[in-house]
Design a protein around this ligand. Structure first.
Ligand code: NAP
Ligand code: ZN
Ligand code: ZN
Length: 350
């Protein structure tokens, strides 16, 4: 076991504080790496604030992890010391169910994926995430971060990147697709960049026009404020696909009616309360509502390689660990452009 500094939440209401945690010894199939950067995903906040049920405190969040390999197990074949690597939202799965076998580990039916934090690993110990100095993960759940990408701006690709890439690919978004993106936050800004790189015509639906200049720079063609009621009138039946990345509950009916005949509304956000769907908002145009969760290991690697090829990474604000609690407040207030990334250097020495 080795000891490493980390930031943990001990309850839903108290701020995260510095602590130490242990990491297992490197087993034959494990990779140990120094964590250099960890993104702050809104899911970290939902989890530690018990918005999805009570987590296993203490929780060290962080599932957008980027770093450099420091040690490999005797049977590791895919990684070398010194390589840039990442870990996303899960660190294990059953490996035997139909979904795991085809690289859709996020849909594991053999007990479900093992979350990078707030879960229990094969060893019976709680998993702890990326707001820490180092981590030990089975090589099958570690990604290669291409050298062409800066490590700090690549970290958010491990969740925000793949969560938006996967549905864009699944619903064949490409040239000619009219794509709407609700919410220009961590996921939303990646959806804009990736959708534009795939050739779609991207429209941002944000609460206000405050971030319009950014949205257009990131690749959107159109930008509308949802605080303006006319937006919903003028965009009725306008999209082939909408990705909803909002972390709060919306008045869904109005948004659903922006989807065109046979189009799909993909829910990516995971707000605390159930979604309320007025029946006529989907009956009317034979619309579908779907959901999607992150992406599997092969698709996450494909996304990282796609980003390197297209020079895409996240727009980030790098912060020190001491700033995490303030950053949480700013994420909740939609005051982030567009991902906070923790520089974990001060957590590396224990
Ligand atoms: P984020 O950075 O906070 O972005 C959410 C955006 O939603 C905000 O920037 C804001 O955009 C908009 N928004 C926030 N509150 C709103 C409100 N009350 N009404 C209307 N719009 C609002 O969060 P994130 O990290 O991108 O995560 C977004 C959601 O996706 C979270 O619920 C998270 O748990 C979930 N998530 C799901 C998956 C998955 O696999 N499905 C993966 C990761 C995260 P504007 O300022 O532009 O309006
Ligand atoms: Zn996430
Ligand atoms: Zn499985």
């Amino acid at each position: 076991m080795s000891t490493v500094h980390a930031y943990a939440a001990t309850s839903a209401t108290e701020p995260l504080t510095e602590t130490t945690i242990t990491r297992r010894e490197v087993g034959p199939n494990d990779v140990r790496f120094d964590i250099h950067f960890a993104g702050i995903c809104h899911s970290d906040i939902h989890t530690v604030r018990a918005e999805w049920g009570k987590p296993r405190y203490p929780v060290v969040p962080g599932h957008e992890i980027a770093g450099v390999v420091t040690e490999i197990g005797s049977q590791v074949t895919g990684f070398k010391v010194g390589q840039h690597v990442g870990v996303g939202c899960f660190v294990d799965s059953c490996r035997e169910c139909d979904n795991c076998r085809v690289g859709l580990e996020q849909y594991c039916t053999g007990g479900g994926m093992t979350g990078t934090y707030n879960a229990v690993g094969r060893d019976g110990l709680p998993t702890q995430g990326g707001y820490s100095g180092s981590i030990v993960v089975d090589e099958n759940y570690v990604l290669h971060i291409p050298e062409a990408l800066p490590l700090d701006a690549a970290a958010p690709l491990l969740c925000a990147g793949v969560t938006t890439y996967s549905p864009l690919r699944h619903w064949n978004v490409g040239p000619g697709t009219r794509l709407g993106v609700i919410g220009l936050g961590g996921l939303g800004h990646m959806a804009v960049k990736l959708g534009a790189a795939m050739g779609a015509e991207v429209t941002v639906l944000s609460q206000s026009l405050k971030k319009m200049e950014d949205g257009l720079r990131l690749g959107a063609t159109n930008y509308y404020a949802t605080s303006d009621r006319d937006t919903f009138k003028s965009l009725r039946n306008s999209f082939d696909i909408i990705l909803n990345t909002v972390s709060a509950n919306l008045e869904l009916g109005r948004y659903l009616e922006m989807v065109d005949l046979d189009g799909v509304f993909v829910e990516l956000g995971a707000p605390e309360n159930p979604l309320v769907v007025p029946p006529f908002s989907i009956i009317g145009m034979r619309r579908s509502i779907a959901g999607s969760v992150i992406g599997g290991i092969p698709e996450t690697q494909e996304m990282l390689d796609f980003c390197a090829e297209h020079s895409i990474a996240s727009e980030i604000e790098v912060i020190a660990p001491e700033y995490i609690n303030e950053a949480y407040e700013r994420v909740i207030a939609s005051d982030v452009r567009y991902r906070f990334v923790i520089d974990t250097e001060s957590l590396r020495e224990a």
